[in-house]
Design a protein around this ligand. Sequence first.
Ligand SMILES: *Cc1c(COP(=O)(O)O)cnc(C)c1O
Length: 377
Amino acid sequence: MATRLRRDIPLLDLSAQHTPIREEILSEVTRLIDSQRFIMGEEIRQFEEEVASYCEVGHAIACASGSDALYLSLIAAGVGHGDEVITTPFTFFATAGSIVRSGARPVFVDIDPATFNISPDRLAEEAAKRTKVKAVIPVHLYGGCADMDPILRLSRERGWTIIEDGAQAIGAAYKGRPALGIGDAGCLSFFPSKNLGGMGDAGMMSTNDDVLAGKLMKLRVHGETGRYLHKWVGTNSRMDTLQAVILRVKLRYLDQWTAQRQINASRYHRQLDGADIPVTLPQPAQHQTRHVFNQFVVRCAQRDNLRQRLTELGVGTQIYYPVPLHLQECFRDLGCREGDFPEAEKAAREVLALPVAPGLSGEDIEYICAAIKAFYA
Ligand SMILES: *Cc1c(COP(=O)(O)O)cnc(C)c1O
């Protein structure tokens, strides 16, 4: 490493996305400012149509964030006090936070160590013990789909609603079926670091169910069913039209950016597969017909030391997620303990996200891989 020039490789540098389309975005934003249509309107409607078509789903309903998309989907499905909702403990906080916001109680089920997603076998075991479950939220973590077929079978048997947390997985596919239209409802986030990121917060709900879609459209505006008439209590969760304008431009580049993520992932495999180091690269499951690599996450020995070394060498990394949700202080009253979900806990100790975003060069990834090999040498 001594002979190489030090590089600065942040985990995510959005300028690679934004610089080439800066003028395009600015002219759309200018047009919006002149139109004064800052709330809802045609831009939102068109963006919803474009996302529905991109995800091959009947309806897409814009809202203020991915967290709200989860919350509104739950209440639209009738989830509330006294209900249980099953999800994974190895996800971003919002997945379980939204369950609590709905009034229901989260029930965690351990992950499949190969995919980091909810284990269908553990799910079936948990289902056998429970009678109050109303919904399940599989998460397509890092951009790879959860194993949906067994989840679908079990949910149909049990009458559960399936809400896909696809915040990290726009464009991902499971056995050729696009994420977000596989379950009863799907949730997207356009947080800036997602594959399709806005310049602020924004989210989207998806469904093939016309009735559910109608309800979601009302719930995001306080459940208003007619002028100042409210059939349900929703919330104010509109997407800013400004975000829709920006996201509509960015959506046109999404496939190109996803292809770059996939190329970057394959560069890691080319350089690290077969290297004699205690690092396990993601091995997309057979059902994973399109992994979109929101994150490229490896498992590794001496994770914290490796991370420290990479930081010193200018390489940005992150841990998604260091504390599984069942061990979070705010969920203490659920009564979970360390050891309850050993695979999630093990993953939390071993995972490290390496840079994979569009804009990285082959040399950047060579530099990162050389640094990793040198660390274990
Ligand atoms: C980002 C994310 C969310 C929440 O989305 P926000 O738009 O930040 O509210 C929910 N679930 C997962 C898995 C996420 O990665």
